[in-house]
Design a protein around this ligand. Sequence first.
Ligand SMILES: *[C@@H]1O[C@H](CO)[C@@H](O)[C@H](O)[C@H]1NC(C)=O
Length: 322
Amino acid sequence: MASDGVITHRSVEVNGVRLHVAEAGPAGAPVVLLLHGFPELWYTWRHQMPALAAAGYRAVAPDMPGYGDSEAPSAGPDQYTALHIVGDLVALIDSLGQERVFVVGHDWGAIIAWSLCLFRPDRVKALVALSVPFIPRSPAVKPVDAVRALYGDDFYICSFQEPGAIEAEFKRLGTELVLRKFFADRTPGPLFIQKSGWGSPDDEVPLPSWITEEDLKYYTTQFDKSGFTGGFNYYRALNKTWELTSPWTGAEIMVPTKFTVGNLDLTYNIAGAKVFINKGGLKKFVPLLDDVVIMKDVGHFINEEKPEEISALIIGFIKKFN
Ligand SMILES: *[C@@H]1O[C@H](CO)[C@@H](O)[C@H](O)[C@H]1NC(C)=O
């Protein structure tokens, strides 16, 4: 694999925000932009980056704004709308000298990737979305209200809305334990996080087999430095995004897309998700959707849990659009 497998790091200034970017693969090769979710970092792509480089692509994985070594927009949650984050990614694509790129997103990275494809299909050759399907905008109900009606105030998206209490709870538990709880969760159902107490600081949570103590140490060090507020701000901007995306109500995603999710993933087990994904709902909004892949006995962190399978799925799909 020679030096193509080596991951290098640099900073890129986009729209006045400094982003930390990890890269692998030959300069001048087609770019694959890798977008991580919550609570993760560029590091979630550590297995895919050398695989993409070996297949002749240039993998580019930023710490998303507000995460890790990237700066956090300082004016608060309203600067984390899908329009803001997509704007930063368009500037990043420009700074890479690319007209069009491949995009891969997981969790919040998938939501942002869908938004990038919705707003700027001209900049994306093909999309691979992991774990979170496209969620069409309801003109009647805001997403936070929709999930609260289904699951109540302790559903994690609701717990993350108000600044303060959830930050204090995560501080009480400690960064390492919080991350262990997220990574170890395999409940095929809604995730509840009580602001008033999500367990005890003495809880012992063994790591699943797909992540090492050394990996956890990197995540812990970075979230200890940055805190979780940058990540929470994506959830706190949902209302504003809903308000601003009214013009896209009913719009289709006109980008060739592959979607995969684990059958144990909480996102796949949310009310209505299976029917939407498997019975034509998703295809209606994403006409260029390729066959959906439901991975058996796989949880939420699919690209870390099944690294070879996901790398092969990405490469197998995007090579058709080189
Ligand atoms: C978003 O709006 C809902 C009510 O529609 C509210 O409960 C929630 O706290 C709001 N989120 C933020 C961050 O203001």
